[in-house]
Design a protein around this ligand. Structure first.
Ligand code: NDP
Ligand code: GDR
Length: 368
Protein backbone atom coordinates (compact mmCIF):
# COMPACT_ATOMS: atom_id res chain seq x y z
CA UNK A 1 0.00 0.00 0.00
CA UNK A 2 1.52 3.38 -0.95
CA UNK A 3 2.06 6.13 1.62
CA UNK A 4 -0.78 8.33 0.18
CA UNK A 5 -3.34 5.56 0.17
CA UNK A 6 -2.40 4.00 3.49
CA UNK A 7 -5.54 3.37 5.52
CA UNK A 8 -5.64 4.34 9.17
CA UNK A 9 -7.32 2.09 11.73
CA UNK A 10 -8.01 2.81 15.39
CA UNK A 11 -8.50 -0.15 17.73
CA UNK A 12 -9.92 0.17 21.23
CA UNK A 13 -8.98 -2.81 23.42
CA UNK A 14 -5.73 -3.31 21.52
CA UNK A 15 -4.09 -5.00 24.52
CA UNK A 16 -6.81 -7.67 24.58
CA UNK A 17 -7.01 -11.01 22.78
CA UNK A 18 -8.85 -9.77 19.66
CA UNK A 19 -7.10 -6.39 19.65
CA UNK A 20 -3.70 -8.03 19.36
CA UNK A 21 -4.74 -10.39 16.53
CA UNK A 22 -6.52 -7.57 14.68
CA UNK A 23 -3.56 -5.17 15.00
CA UNK A 24 -1.28 -7.84 13.53
CA UNK A 25 -3.76 -8.57 10.73
CA UNK A 26 -4.16 -4.88 9.77
CA UNK A 27 -0.41 -4.20 9.90
CA UNK A 28 0.06 -7.13 7.51
CA UNK A 29 -2.49 -5.48 5.23
CA UNK A 30 -0.41 -2.29 5.16
CA UNK A 31 -2.55 -0.19 7.52
CA UNK A 32 -1.30 2.44 9.93
CA UNK A 33 -2.66 1.14 13.22
CA UNK A 34 -3.42 3.15 16.34
CA UNK A 35 -4.40 1.39 19.54
CA UNK A 36 -6.00 2.77 22.67
CA UNK A 37 -4.74 1.37 25.94
CA UNK A 38 -5.83 2.40 29.38
CA UNK A 39 -3.37 3.47 32.00
CA UNK A 40 -2.19 0.60 34.19
CA UNK A 41 0.28 0.56 37.05
CA UNK A 42 2.24 -2.25 35.40
CA UNK A 43 2.90 -2.92 31.72
CA UNK A 44 0.10 -5.03 30.26
CA UNK A 45 1.22 -5.06 26.65
CA UNK A 46 2.41 -8.70 26.52
CA UNK A 47 0.07 -9.53 23.66
CA UNK A 48 1.31 -6.69 21.43
CA UNK A 49 4.95 -6.35 22.43
CA UNK A 50 6.00 -8.20 19.27
CA UNK A 51 4.29 -5.50 17.15
CA UNK A 52 5.56 -2.46 19.03
CA UNK A 53 8.50 -0.42 17.76
CA UNK A 54 9.96 2.75 19.13
CA UNK A 55 8.37 5.82 17.53
CA UNK A 56 11.84 7.14 16.69
CA UNK A 57 12.56 4.26 14.34
CA UNK A 58 11.84 4.55 10.60
CA UNK A 59 8.49 3.60 8.99
CA UNK A 60 6.70 2.94 12.24
CA UNK A 61 3.03 2.10 11.58
CA UNK A 62 1.83 1.03 15.02
CA UNK A 63 1.10 3.60 17.73
CA UNK A 64 -0.39 3.42 21.22
CA UNK A 65 -2.43 6.16 22.89
CA UNK A 66 -3.62 6.38 26.46
CA UNK A 67 -7.39 6.56 26.66
CA UNK A 68 -10.43 5.00 28.24
CA UNK A 69 -13.91 4.15 27.05
CA UNK A 70 -15.31 5.88 30.12
CA UNK A 71 -13.55 9.15 29.24
CA UNK A 72 -15.02 11.05 26.27
CA UNK A 73 -12.27 13.65 26.28
CA UNK A 74 -9.59 11.05 25.57
CA UNK A 75 -11.66 9.42 22.83
CA UNK A 76 -12.41 12.71 21.05
CA UNK A 77 -8.76 13.76 21.27
CA UNK A 78 -7.41 10.49 19.88
CA UNK A 79 -9.97 10.31 17.06
CA UNK A 80 -9.26 13.93 16.14
CA UNK A 81 -5.51 13.30 16.10
CA UNK A 82 -5.62 10.05 14.15
CA UNK A 83 -8.54 10.77 11.72
CA UNK A 84 -9.17 7.03 11.29
CA UNK A 85 -10.80 5.45 8.24
CA UNK A 86 -11.92 2.57 10.45
CA UNK A 87 -12.58 2.28 14.18
CA UNK A 88 -12.83 -1.16 15.79
CA UNK A 89 -14.47 -0.89 19.20
CA UNK A 90 -13.16 -4.01 20.92
CA UNK A 91 -12.59 -2.57 24.40
CA UNK A 92 -14.87 -3.89 27.11
CA UNK A 93 -15.11 -5.29 30.58
CA UNK A 94 -15.58 -8.59 28.78
CA UNK A 95 -16.02 -11.08 31.63
CA UNK A 96 -19.65 -12.12 32.10
CA UNK A 97 -19.24 -13.32 35.71
CA UNK A 98 -17.38 -10.12 36.68
CA UNK A 99 -20.22 -8.04 35.24
CA UNK A 100 -22.45 -9.27 38.09
CA UNK A 101 -19.87 -7.87 40.51
CA UNK A 102 -19.22 -4.60 38.62
CA UNK A 103 -22.50 -3.94 36.83
CA UNK A 104 -22.31 -0.16 36.78
CA UNK A 105 -18.75 -0.02 35.46
CA UNK A 106 -19.65 -2.66 32.86
CA UNK A 107 -22.63 -0.57 31.68
CA UNK A 108 -20.44 2.50 31.49
CA UNK A 109 -17.60 0.97 29.48
CA UNK A 110 -19.46 -1.62 27.40
CA UNK A 111 -22.70 0.29 26.80
CA UNK A 112 -21.92 4.01 26.94
CA UNK A 113 -18.40 3.45 25.58
CA UNK A 114 -19.83 2.69 22.14
CA UNK A 115 -22.03 5.78 22.32
CA UNK A 116 -19.03 7.96 23.21
CA UNK A 117 -17.14 6.84 20.12
CA UNK A 118 -20.14 7.30 17.83
CA UNK A 119 -20.70 10.77 19.27
CA UNK A 120 -17.02 11.61 18.77
CA UNK A 121 -17.39 10.64 15.10
CA UNK A 122 -20.32 13.08 14.86
CA UNK A 123 -18.74 15.89 16.85
CA UNK A 124 -15.66 15.72 14.63
CA UNK A 125 -17.73 15.63 11.42
CA UNK A 126 -16.34 12.23 10.40
CA UNK A 127 -19.71 10.59 9.60
CA UNK A 128 -18.82 10.11 5.93
CA UNK A 129 -15.16 9.20 6.48
CA UNK A 130 -14.95 6.87 9.47
CA UNK A 131 -16.37 3.36 9.49
CA UNK A 132 -17.26 1.84 12.86
CA UNK A 133 -17.18 -1.78 14.03
CA UNK A 134 -18.92 -2.74 17.29
CA UNK A 135 -17.87 -5.94 19.07
CA UNK A 136 -21.32 -7.40 19.68
CA UNK A 137 -21.77 -10.82 21.16
CA UNK A 138 -23.73 -14.06 21.18
CA UNK A 139 -24.44 -13.27 24.86
CA UNK A 140 -27.22 -11.01 23.47
CA UNK A 141 -29.20 -14.20 22.76
CA UNK A 142 -28.88 -15.31 26.41
CA UNK A 143 -32.00 -17.32 27.11
CA UNK A 144 -32.20 -18.52 23.56
CA UNK A 145 -35.41 -18.02 21.59
CA UNK A 146 -34.37 -20.01 18.52
CA UNK A 147 -31.80 -22.70 17.67
CA UNK A 148 -29.43 -22.01 15.98
CA UNK A 149 -29.16 -18.26 16.50
CA UNK A 150 -28.95 -15.93 13.50
CA UNK A 151 -29.13 -12.18 12.83
CA UNK A 152 -32.94 -12.13 13.17
CA UNK A 153 -33.17 -14.20 16.38
CA UNK A 154 -34.69 -12.13 19.24
CA UNK A 155 -32.32 -11.11 22.04
CA UNK A 156 -32.79 -12.04 25.73
CA UNK A 157 -29.68 -10.89 27.63
CA UNK A 158 -28.90 -12.71 30.90
CA UNK A 159 -26.17 -10.64 32.56
CA UNK A 160 -25.22 -7.00 33.17
CA UNK A 161 -22.55 -7.56 30.50
CA UNK A 162 -25.10 -8.69 27.91
CA UNK A 163 -27.51 -5.89 28.80
CA UNK A 164 -24.73 -3.32 28.36
CA UNK A 165 -23.81 -4.90 25.02
CA UNK A 166 -27.47 -4.76 24.00
CA UNK A 167 -27.38 -0.98 24.40
CA UNK A 168 -24.18 -0.81 22.34
CA UNK A 169 -25.76 -3.01 19.64
CA UNK A 170 -28.81 -0.78 19.27
CA UNK A 171 -26.97 2.53 19.49
CA UNK A 172 -24.78 1.30 16.62
CA UNK A 173 -27.87 0.49 14.56
CA UNK A 174 -29.45 3.80 15.52
CA UNK A 175 -26.46 5.94 14.52
CA UNK A 176 -26.27 4.06 11.22
CA UNK A 177 -29.93 4.85 10.51
CA UNK A 178 -30.02 8.36 12.00
CA UNK A 179 -26.75 9.81 10.70
CA UNK A 180 -25.75 7.53 7.83
CA UNK A 181 -22.57 6.39 9.59
CA UNK A 182 -21.11 3.18 8.18
CA UNK A 183 -21.52 1.23 11.44
CA UNK A 184 -21.75 -2.56 11.87
CA UNK A 185 -22.29 -5.07 14.62
CA UNK A 186 -20.30 -8.27 14.48
CA UNK A 187 -22.33 -10.72 16.60
CA UNK A 188 -19.42 -12.98 17.42
CA UNK A 189 -19.80 -16.28 19.22
CA UNK A 190 -17.06 -17.37 21.66
CA UNK A 191 -13.60 -17.32 20.17
CA UNK A 192 -10.45 -18.41 21.91
CA UNK A 193 -6.70 -18.70 21.37
CA UNK A 194 -3.47 -19.24 23.29
CA UNK A 195 -3.67 -15.56 24.35
CA UNK A 196 -7.22 -15.83 25.69
CA UNK A 197 -7.56 -14.27 29.16
CA UNK A 198 -6.70 -16.84 31.84
CA UNK A 199 -10.08 -16.60 33.61
CA UNK A 200 -12.26 -17.57 30.63
CA UNK A 201 -13.19 -21.21 30.86
CA UNK A 202 -11.21 -22.55 27.87
CA UNK A 203 -7.90 -21.00 28.86
CA UNK A 204 -8.52 -21.80 32.51
CA UNK A 205 -8.88 -25.47 31.52
CA UNK A 206 -5.86 -25.71 29.19
CA UNK A 207 -3.64 -23.81 31.60
CA UNK A 208 -4.72 -25.78 34.66
CA UNK A 209 -4.52 -29.24 33.05
CA UNK A 210 -1.02 -28.48 31.74
CA UNK A 211 0.02 -27.43 35.25
CA UNK A 212 -1.64 -30.45 36.87
CA UNK A 213 0.18 -32.73 34.45
CA UNK A 214 3.51 -31.25 35.53
CA UNK A 215 2.64 -31.32 39.22
CA UNK A 216 2.44 -27.53 39.54
CA UNK A 217 -1.23 -27.48 40.51
CA UNK A 218 -3.42 -29.99 42.35
CA UNK A 219 -6.96 -29.47 41.13
CA UNK A 220 -9.02 -27.46 38.64
CA UNK A 221 -12.23 -25.97 40.04
CA UNK A 222 -14.98 -25.17 37.55
CA UNK A 223 -18.60 -24.02 37.60
CA UNK A 224 -21.29 -25.19 35.18
CA UNK A 225 -19.76 -28.01 33.14
CA UNK A 226 -22.97 -28.55 31.15
CA UNK A 227 -22.89 -25.11 29.50
CA UNK A 228 -22.60 -25.42 25.72
CA UNK A 229 -20.79 -22.98 23.47
CA UNK A 230 -19.92 -22.52 19.79
CA UNK A 231 -16.15 -22.05 20.04
CA UNK A 232 -13.95 -20.72 17.22
CA UNK A 233 -10.42 -19.35 16.87
CA UNK A 234 -9.87 -15.60 17.46
CA UNK A 235 -7.42 -15.39 14.57
CA UNK A 236 -10.14 -16.46 12.10
CA UNK A 237 -12.70 -14.10 13.61
CA UNK A 238 -10.70 -10.85 13.38
CA UNK A 239 -10.53 -11.23 9.60
CA UNK A 240 -14.34 -11.09 9.56
CA UNK A 241 -14.30 -7.93 11.68
CA UNK A 242 -12.25 -6.28 8.94
CA UNK A 243 -14.33 -7.71 6.10
CA UNK A 244 -17.52 -6.30 7.62
CA UNK A 245 -16.07 -2.81 7.17
CA UNK A 246 -15.12 -3.44 3.51
CA UNK A 247 -18.67 -4.02 2.17
CA UNK A 248 -20.68 -1.61 0.00
CA UNK A 249 -23.37 -1.26 2.70
CA UNK A 250 -23.03 -1.60 6.48
CA UNK A 251 -24.77 -4.67 7.88
CA UNK A 252 -24.71 -6.83 11.01
CA UNK A 253 -23.34 -10.36 10.86
CA UNK A 254 -23.27 -13.48 13.04
CA UNK A 255 -19.82 -15.09 13.12
CA UNK A 256 -19.81 -18.64 14.48
CA UNK A 257 -18.69 -22.14 13.55
CA UNK A 258 -22.15 -23.75 13.69
CA UNK A 259 -20.81 -26.53 15.95
CA UNK A 260 -21.41 -26.79 19.69
CA UNK A 261 -19.55 -28.45 22.57
CA UNK A 262 -20.00 -28.48 26.35
CA UNK A 263 -17.48 -27.31 28.93
CA UNK A 264 -17.13 -30.99 29.85
CA UNK A 265 -16.28 -31.82 26.20
CA UNK A 266 -13.61 -29.12 26.33
CA UNK A 267 -12.07 -30.67 29.46
CA UNK A 268 -12.12 -34.12 27.84
CA UNK A 269 -10.51 -32.93 24.61
CA UNK A 270 -7.80 -30.98 26.43
CA UNK A 271 -7.09 -33.93 28.74
CA UNK A 272 -6.80 -36.28 25.77
CA UNK A 273 -4.40 -33.90 24.09
CA UNK A 274 -2.22 -34.06 27.21
CA UNK A 275 -2.47 -37.85 27.38
CA UNK A 276 -4.39 -37.56 30.65
CA UNK A 277 -7.17 -40.14 30.37
CA UNK A 278 -9.41 -38.68 33.03
CA UNK A 279 -12.02 -41.11 34.36
CA UNK A 280 -15.42 -39.54 34.82
CA UNK A 281 -17.24 -40.78 37.89
CA UNK A 282 -20.97 -40.40 38.39
CA UNK A 283 -23.62 -38.53 36.46
CA UNK A 284 -24.51 -34.88 36.68
CA UNK A 285 -22.85 -31.98 38.36
CA UNK A 286 -22.52 -32.16 42.09
CA UNK A 287 -20.73 -29.94 44.50
CA UNK A 288 -18.03 -32.45 45.29
CA UNK A 289 -16.99 -32.98 41.71
CA UNK A 290 -16.13 -36.27 40.13
CA UNK A 291 -13.22 -36.11 37.76
CA UNK A 292 -10.39 -38.30 38.92
CA UNK A 293 -7.03 -39.48 37.84
CA UNK A 294 -7.45 -43.01 36.43
CA UNK A 295 -4.65 -44.48 38.52
CA UNK A 296 -5.83 -43.22 41.85
CA UNK A 297 -8.45 -41.30 43.76
CA UNK A 298 -6.84 -37.94 43.35
CA UNK A 299 -9.50 -35.42 42.38
CA UNK A 300 -8.19 -33.30 39.54
CA UNK A 301 -11.32 -31.55 38.28
CA UNK A 302 -14.01 -30.51 40.73
CA UNK A 303 -17.09 -28.31 40.72
CA UNK A 304 -17.06 -25.21 42.89
CA UNK A 305 -20.48 -23.49 43.00
CA UNK A 306 -18.63 -20.20 43.43
CA UNK A 307 -18.27 -20.23 39.65
CA UNK A 308 -22.01 -20.60 38.99
CA UNK A 309 -23.61 -17.40 37.68
CA UNK A 310 -26.82 -15.84 39.08
CA UNK A 311 -28.36 -16.27 35.62
CA UNK A 312 -26.60 -18.59 33.19
CA UNK A 313 -26.52 -18.84 29.41
CA UNK A 314 -26.85 -22.60 29.03
CA UNK A 315 -26.52 -23.04 25.30
CA UNK A 316 -25.32 -21.05 22.30
CA UNK A 317 -25.08 -22.24 18.72
CA UNK A 318 -24.65 -19.84 15.82
CA UNK A 319 -25.92 -19.96 12.25
CA UNK A 320 -23.26 -18.16 10.19
CA UNK A 321 -25.08 -18.59 6.82
CA UNK A 322 -25.30 -14.85 6.11
CA UNK A 323 -21.57 -14.35 6.70
CA UNK A 324 -20.88 -17.39 4.55
CA UNK A 325 -22.88 -16.02 1.63
CA UNK A 326 -21.92 -12.35 1.85
CA UNK A 327 -18.43 -12.41 3.40
CA UNK A 328 -17.28 -15.80 2.12
CA UNK A 329 -16.87 -17.01 5.72
CA UNK A 330 -15.63 -20.48 6.48
CA UNK A 331 -13.93 -21.01 9.83
CA UNK A 332 -10.41 -22.30 9.23
CA UNK A 333 -9.76 -23.84 12.64
CA UNK A 334 -11.85 -26.73 13.95
CA UNK A 335 -12.50 -27.34 17.65
CA UNK A 336 -9.87 -30.07 18.12
CA UNK A 337 -7.17 -27.90 16.48
CA UNK A 338 -8.08 -24.95 18.67
CA UNK A 339 -7.87 -27.02 21.85
CA UNK A 340 -4.60 -28.64 20.72
CA UNK A 341 -2.98 -25.26 20.02
CA UNK A 342 -4.05 -23.84 23.38
CA UNK A 343 -2.85 -26.94 25.24
CA UNK A 344 0.49 -26.89 23.42
CA UNK A 345 1.18 -23.26 24.34
CA UNK A 346 0.09 -23.70 27.96
CA UNK A 347 2.24 -26.79 28.30
CA UNK A 348 5.26 -24.78 27.12
CA UNK A 349 4.66 -22.10 29.73
CA UNK A 350 4.03 -24.72 32.44
CA UNK A 351 7.36 -26.30 31.52
CA UNK A 352 9.04 -22.93 31.99
CA UNK A 353 7.35 -22.57 35.40
CA UNK A 354 8.42 -26.07 36.35
CA UNK A 355 12.02 -25.24 35.50
CA UNK A 356 11.86 -22.15 37.70
CA UNK A 357 10.26 -24.16 40.50
CA UNK A 358 13.04 -26.72 40.40
CA UNK A 359 15.55 -23.94 40.76
CA UNK A 360 14.12 -22.86 44.06
CA UNK A 361 11.08 -20.75 43.25
CA UNK A 362 7.65 -21.93 44.44
CA UNK A 363 4.89 -20.69 42.10
CA UNK A 364 1.29 -20.14 43.15
CA UNK A 365 -1.64 -22.48 42.55
CA UNK A 366 -4.17 -20.32 40.70
CA UNK A 367 -7.82 -21.32 40.66
CA UNK A 368 -9.53 -18.26 39.12
P1 NDP B 1 -10.36 -9.00 26.27
O1 NDP B 1 -10.94 -9.00 27.63
O2 NDP B 1 -9.21 -9.91 25.96
O3 NDP B 1 -9.88 -7.52 25.91
C1 NDP B 1 -10.63 -6.40 26.29
C2 NDP B 1 -9.82 -5.15 26.01
O4 NDP B 1 -10.57 -4.01 26.42
C3 NDP B 1 -8.48 -5.08 26.77
O5 NDP B 1 -7.54 -4.46 25.92
C4 NDP B 1 -8.81 -4.16 27.93
O6 NDP B 1 -7.71 -3.47 28.44
C5 NDP B 1 -9.74 -3.18 27.22
N1 NDP B 1 -10.58 -2.38 28.12
C6 NDP B 1 -11.38 -2.83 29.12
N2 NDP B 1 -12.03 -1.79 29.68
C7 NDP B 1 -11.61 -0.68 29.06
C8 NDP B 1 -11.89 0.69 29.19
N3 NDP B 1 -12.76 1.16 30.10
N4 NDP B 1 -11.28 1.57 28.36
C9 NDP B 1 -10.40 1.15 27.44
N5 NDP B 1 -10.07 -0.14 27.26
C10 NDP B 1 -10.67 -1.04 28.06
O7 NDP B 1 -11.56 -9.27 25.25
P2 NDP B 1 -11.55 -10.00 23.82
O8 NDP B 1 -10.38 -9.54 23.06
O9 NDP B 1 -11.79 -11.44 24.02
O10 NDP B 1 -12.88 -9.42 23.18
C11 NDP B 1 -12.87 -8.22 22.40
C12 NDP B 1 -14.27 -7.64 22.36
O11 NDP B 1 -15.17 -8.56 21.76
C13 NDP B 1 -14.86 -7.32 23.73
O12 NDP B 1 -15.66 -6.16 23.57
C14 NDP B 1 -15.75 -8.50 24.03
O13 NDP B 1 -16.79 -8.13 24.89
C15 NDP B 1 -16.23 -8.86 22.65
N6 NDP B 1 -16.55 -10.25 22.40
C16 NDP B 1 -15.62 -11.22 22.67
C17 NDP B 1 -15.88 -12.53 22.36
C18 NDP B 1 -14.90 -13.61 22.65
O14 NDP B 1 -15.31 -14.78 22.65
N7 NDP B 1 -13.63 -13.31 22.87
C19 NDP B 1 -17.15 -12.91 21.70
C20 NDP B 1 -18.03 -11.80 21.42
C21 NDP B 1 -17.72 -10.53 21.75
P3 NDP B 1 -6.75 -4.15 29.57
O15 NDP B 1 -5.77 -4.98 28.79
O16 NDP B 1 -6.17 -2.95 30.22
O17 NDP B 1 -7.63 -4.98 30.47
P1 GDR C 1 -18.69 -16.56 28.27
O1 GDR C 1 -17.24 -17.22 28.46
O2 GDR C 1 -19.37 -16.30 29.54
O3 GDR C 1 -19.40 -17.42 27.25
O4 GDR C 1 -18.29 -15.14 27.64
P2 GDR C 1 -16.60 -18.02 29.68
O5 GDR C 1 -15.45 -18.75 29.11
O6 GDR C 1 -16.36 -17.12 30.84
O7 GDR C 1 -17.76 -19.05 30.10
C1 GDR C 1 -18.26 -20.02 29.20
C2 GDR C 1 -19.16 -20.97 29.95
O8 GDR C 1 -18.37 -21.77 30.83
C3 GDR C 1 -19.00 -21.82 32.10
N1 GDR C 1 -18.01 -22.09 33.15
C4 GDR C 1 -17.03 -21.26 33.54
N2 GDR C 1 -16.66 -20.05 33.08
C5 GDR C 1 -15.57 -19.46 33.67
N3 GDR C 1 -15.16 -18.26 33.21
N4 GDR C 1 -14.90 -20.04 34.71
C6 GDR C 1 -15.25 -21.26 35.20
O9 GDR C 1 -14.64 -21.77 36.13
C7 GDR C 1 -16.36 -21.90 34.57
N5 GDR C 1 -16.96 -23.11 34.78
C8 GDR C 1 -17.95 -23.21 33.91
C9 GDR C 1 -19.68 -20.47 32.25
O10 GDR C 1 -20.67 -20.51 33.26
C10 GDR C 1 -20.21 -20.30 30.83
O11 GDR C 1 -21.44 -20.93 30.69
C11 GDR C 1 -17.30 -15.03 26.64
C12 GDR C 1 -16.65 -13.65 26.78
O12 GDR C 1 -15.54 -13.59 25.92
C13 GDR C 1 -17.62 -12.56 26.41
O13 GDR C 1 -16.95 -11.31 26.38
C14 GDR C 1 -18.21 -12.86 25.04
O14 GDR C 1 -19.15 -11.87 24.69
C15 GDR C 1 -18.84 -14.23 25.01
O15 GDR C 1 -17.85 -15.19 25.36
C16 GDR C 1 -19.37 -14.60 23.63
Amino acid sequence: MSEEKRKVALITGVTGQDGSYLAEFLLDKGYEVHGIKRRTSLFNTDRIDHLYRDRHEKDVRFFLHHGDLTDSSSLIRIIQQTQPDEIYNLAAQSHVAVSFEEPEYTANSDGLGALRILEAIRILGLEKKTRFYQASTSELYGLVQEIPQKETTPFYPRSPYAVAKLYAYWITVNYREAYGIYACNGILFNHESPVRGETFVTRKITRALARIKLGLQACLFLGNMDAKRDWGHAKDYVEMQWLMLQQAQPEDFVIATGVQYSVRDFVDTAAQELGMAIRWEGEGVNEKGYWKNPDGDKLIVAVDPRYFRPTEVETLLGDPSKAKTKLGWTPKTIFEELVAEMVREDLKSAERDELIKHHGYKSMDYHE
